[in-house]
Write a protein that binds this ligand. Structure first.
Ligand SMILES: NC(=O)c1ccc[n+]([C@@H]2O[C@H](COP(=O)([O-])OP(=O)(O)OC[C@H]3O[C@@H](n4cnc5c(N)ncnc54)[C@H](O)[C@@H]3O)[C@@H](O)[C@H]2O)c1
Ligand SMILES: O=C(O)C[C@H](O)C(=O)O
Length: 310
């Protein structure tokens, strides 16, 4: 199993590290435009192999896509991250051109690859990859909901004063400060609704903290987060590489599901060797449906900023 990660920055390198530690891939190629940067990250990571006990070969390359040839999965993390005070949507101008050219270079050398889009604004970048390539829709996946759900579980575990492994919960909708829809009604602690343990006000606070999870960390770090994003991407890569048939909320092209059309937005999907093998339609209540619709309107507004004729 060969995996390419475009962008050897914070998220790309973190993702490569978690993939290697999980030891399910034969090769990870890290590629970046900065001279020697990906090679340096790859060498540094390879020097952890004997310490951490993995066999995955990590290779670095400065913009030489021949090294990525015949990748099974390609992850796009290239582009700029936001600074404190910015929204993800403000990155569209620079990142759209990068994502478009990178996806074309990936497919030139790996026409059968499944692409996971990470660069922000992620739902719109995922839509752009659909619009600018001929890949079938199951092979283009946006990563956002897996991270947002991990943050939701973290906030729930804080509120319930229990380990994160004791709680379950999911965030659907757009990967934006206002567009996320944490499904608080469906969140559980060992199958018991979390509303049994915390007040409605506290649960509302958990949802609000989850939605601004990325902005909170960006303010603290001066740039956006990378450990949880890298871990979330590695989980999606593993689900596809190992044909796990696991369910994650991912940004998927919708064609009528949830009453939505012609956009990519976070919904639960089953991931396996064929990428998105199924879109799971949840029975949402009226309030949740209204939030998802509003979120979709926001994503569409950002999509409308793309120049798809370029
Ligand atoms: N979807 C999510 O949940 C999520 C989570 C975290 C970050 N992100 C996004 O991921 C992106 C990367 O974040 P980061 O923190 O790793 O940034 P970073 O600046 O640390 O790394 C980005 C890397 O991309 C490289 N790059 C730029 N143009 C390139 C090109 N044409 N080809 C190859 N490489 C190129 C840069 O040289 C840099 O090394 C940002 O857009 C950020 O907003 C998304
Ligand atoms: O917050 C960001 O800009 C990066 C990423 O989308 C995140 O949620 O961490």
């Amino acid at each position: 199993m060969k995996i390419t990660i475009v962008g050897a920055g914070a998220v790309g390198a973190s993702c490569a590290e978690y993939i290697a530690i999980k030891n399910f891939a034969s090769e990870v190629v890290l590629i970046d435009i900065k001279e020697d940067y990906a090679e340096g990250k790859a060498m540094d990571l390879m020097q952890t192999a004997s310490l951490l006990g993995f066999d995955t070969r990590i290779v670095g390359s400065t913009n030489d896509y021949s090294k990525t040839a015949n990748s099974d999965i390609a992850v796009i993390t290239s582009g700029i991250p936001r600074k404190p005070g910015m929204t993800r949507e403000e990155l569209i101008g620079i990142n759209a051109d990068i994502v478009k050219s990178v996806s074309s270079s990936i497919l030139e050398h790996s026409p059968n690859a499944t692409i996971i889009v990470v660069s922000n604004p992620m739902d719109t970048m995922t839509y752009l990859v659909h619009k600018s390539t001929n890949l079938p829709k199951n092979k283009i996946i946006g990563m956002g909901g897996a991270l947002d759900s991990a943050r939701f579980k973290y906030r729930l575990s804080e509120a319930l004063e229990c380990p994160a492994s004791d709680v379950d919960g999911m965030v659907i909708g757009g990967h934006s400060d206002t567009g996320m829809v944490p499904l608080a009604r469906l969140a559980t602690r060992n199958s018991v609704p979390v509303s049994k343990f915390i007040s409605e006000e506290r649960l509302d606070q958990v949802s609000e903290d989850t939605k601004v999870g990325g902005a909170t960390l960006t303010k603290m770090l001066g740039t956006s987060a990378w450990y949880a994003p890298g871990a979330a991407v590695s989980s999606l890569v593993q689900a596809i590489a190992c044909d796990q048939k696991k369910m994650f909320p991912c940004s998927a092209l919708l064609e009528g599901e949830y009453g939505l059309n012609d956009l990519c937005i976070g919904v639960p999907v089953i991931l396996g060797e064929n990428g998105i093998e199924e879109i799971v339609e949840l029975e949402l209540n009226d309030a949740e449906k209204a939030k998802l619709k509003e979120s979709a309107e926001g994503v569409t507004k950002t999509n409308d900023l793309l120049d798809l004729k370029k």
